[in-house]
Design a protein around this ligand. Structure first.
Ligand code: FES
Ligand code: MG
Length: 579
């Protein structure tokens, strides 16, 4: 990296708080001294904010209080001053009604925390699903140099000699439990074994998908996303982030230099090659749009068609988990394996190009990270559908569904709410066949509310008893990145705002044609128009507070569910605070 444009200490952003010989700056400096710092600690030095999404209710980030020490060590070594600051934790497991309701809150908090404070650079500590896009979206808009420090996956789950994968195995064993095949003691054992160390879900769920995407986009130290949370290499990576971000400040390496259209395409291809979570679509679009890159569902579908799925990691892959992926070479090796498809000239936070970063990467197990010539699945992990049921798009994960549903026609079985659907699926006498298409609506960004992960609708007990484990399901919900099955998701516009899904009736024939990327109800246009005229909007979900604000400003799934007023070209840039 050329050093000719290095910043001088007077050009540091924090110097605006600390350098002038006036009363305000006197106040800022005296408060730094109140914190115990001498002038040597903070004058003329990059102040590095460490935005830490730790909380005692975020099981995936339980190692962050330790890890932040590693980051600080690195910042201090490189001549910066680290300051740890809290950011909303948005844990996936406990946040209700949905964590997605709060992604944008974290994005806003991140942006405003950075803008409002004397920070020259930032390390973002996140990883549990929504924390990654939330932090990154906000930091992009704030515009200061940053590195994303991924929490890292947890170790493989283990119980009674069996390896357990986050999410996927919970669903699988729950079906067995419902079928009466699992004792209380075994169930408790599974409960204790499926998440047994710090770190994020260790399947290629939303967390691992989003950290891989962020890594591939150049926003983490290359390959950092694959290091297990409890590996000592993760500690060293933390210190490396601290050292490097100080240099990024002197180099003035802002996010827009990194997040180019080519970098976004790299990230999208890597997402497809990893067998990514369907949630990647929403978050990647939202992150790209914050950087002024208009990524659409059509771009993603086109990239999906040319990118084979080569990470043999559950749930799209059969056999392995994130720990195995790391031992097989991790994300650097995966990118090396597909380097002919990537733009290797993209610069990463390291100051080097992606090509330089992966030049020495090797695949140590080519069953885990497959060559392009022997993929897990010949296309990427996601496909985007359109049709009279989803004029603005819908998402499906072809590799995760039984191929017999790739082209399918069947009668709809429609539910307006989750409780209504749940009662039906638990009814052993429900009249349903494997050809039925189960539909849940009012489960989108506004209807859910907050776009819940309900999309892997449970298979009716009546079908499970007959040995069926998959059926075609459609909703305007998302689904967990660790879910699987023939599930069409993110139907847009959602039913709650009058999208065509709201007009579907039980018994209508629905047709999915995956090779042609279409999803339609075989109902004639006049009938659809009649139903549309008779449709009345449901009552709003919120009358006050955050939910009210969310409802008024959230965009639909195909636009990334950002708030309309946070998108890049909305109004005037907030600029720097007047200090
Ligand atoms: Fe945190 Fe899955 S619950 S990553
Ligand atoms: Mg998840």
């Amino acid at each position: 990296m050329s050093h000719k444009h290095r910043k001088t200490p007077e050009q540091l952003r924090s110097a605006r708080w600390f350098a002038p010989d006036d009363l305000r700056s006197f106040g800022h400096r005296s408060r730094m001294m109140q914190l115990g710092y001498a002038e040597e600690d903070f004058r003329d030095k990059p102040i590095i904010g460490i935005l830490n999404t730790w909380s005692e209710l975020n099981s995936c980030h339980s190692h962050f209080p330790e890890r932040v020490k590693d980051v600080k060590r690195g910042v201090l070594q490189a001549g910066g001053l680290p300051v740890e600051m809290p950011a909303l934790s948005v844990d996936e497991s406990f946040t209700k009604p949905t964590s997605m309701l709060y992604r944008n809150m974290l994005a806003m908090e991140t942006e405003e925390q950075i803008r409002a404070h004397p920070l020259d650079g930032v390390v973002l500590m996140g990883g549990c699903d929504k924390t990654t896009p939330g932090l990154v979206m906000g930091a992009i808009s704030a515009g200061v140099p940053f590195i994303f420090l991924p929490a890292g996956p947890m170790l493989r789950g283990n119980y009674a000699g069996k390896i357990l994968g986050s999410g996927s195995d919970a669903w699988k064993y729950w079906d067995e439990r419902r079928a009466g095949n699992i004792t209380d003691e075994e169930w408790l054992g599974l409960q204790g074994g499926i998440a047994r160390s710090a770190g994020t879900c260790m399947t290629m769920g939303t967390a691992s998908t989003m950290t891989a995407i962020t890594d591939a986009m150049g926003l983490s130290l290359t390959g950092a996303s694959s290091i297990p949370a409890s590996d000592s290499g993760h500690q060293r990576m933390g210190a490396d982030c601290g050292r490097r971000v100080v240099e990024m400040v002197w180099e003035d390496m802002t996010p827009e230099q990194i997040i180019t259209p080519a970098a976004v395409q790299n990230a999208a291809k890597v997402a497809m090659a990893t067998g990514c979570s369907t949630n990647a679509v929403v978050h990647l679009i939202a992150m790209a749009r914050r950087a002024g890159v208009d990524l659409t569902l059509d771009h993603l579908d086109a990239l999906g068609r040319i990118t084979p799925l080569i990470a043999n990691v559950r749930p799209s892959g059969k056999d392995y988990l994130m720990e195995d992926f790391y031992y097989a070479g991790g994300l650097r090796a995966l990118m090396k394996q597909m380097d002919e498809m990537l733009d290797l000239s993209c610069v990463t936070v390291t100051g080097r190009t992606l090509g330089e970063e992966i030049a020495t990467a090797e695949v140590y197990n080519d069953d885990v990270i497959r060559p392009l010539s022997n993929p897990v699945y010949h296309e990427g992990s996601l496909a985007l559908l359109r049709g009279n049921l989803c004029p603005d798009g819908a998402v499906i994960k072809p590799a995760a569904c039984d191929p017999k549903y790739h082209v399918h026609e069947g009668p709809a079985l429609v539910f307006d709410s989750y409780p209504e659907m749940k009662a039906a699926v638990d009814d052993e006498n429900l009249e349903v066949t494997p050809d039925h298409v189960m539909v849940l609506r009012n489960a989108g960004p506004l209807g859910g509310p907050g776009f819940p992960e309900w999309g892997m609708l449970p298979i009716p007990k009546a079908l499970i008893k007959q040995g069926h484990r998959d059926m075609l399901r459609i909703s305007d919900a998302r689904m967990s990145g660790t879910s699987y099955g023939a599930c069409v998701l993110h139907v847009a516009p959602e039913s709650f705002v009058g999208g065509p899904l709201a007009l579907l009736k039980t018994g209508d024939i629905v047709r999915l044609d995956l090779p042609n990327r279409s999803l339609d109800m075989l109902v004639d246009d006049e009938e659809i128009a009649r139903r549309k005229a008779a449709w009345t909007p449901p009552e709003p979900r919120f009358e006050r507070g955050w939910g009210y604000m969310f409802s008024r400003h959230v965009t639909q799934a195909d636009k990334g569910c950002d708030f309309d007023y946070l998108e890049r070209d909305f109004g005037r840039a907030a600029g720097e605070p007047d200090i």
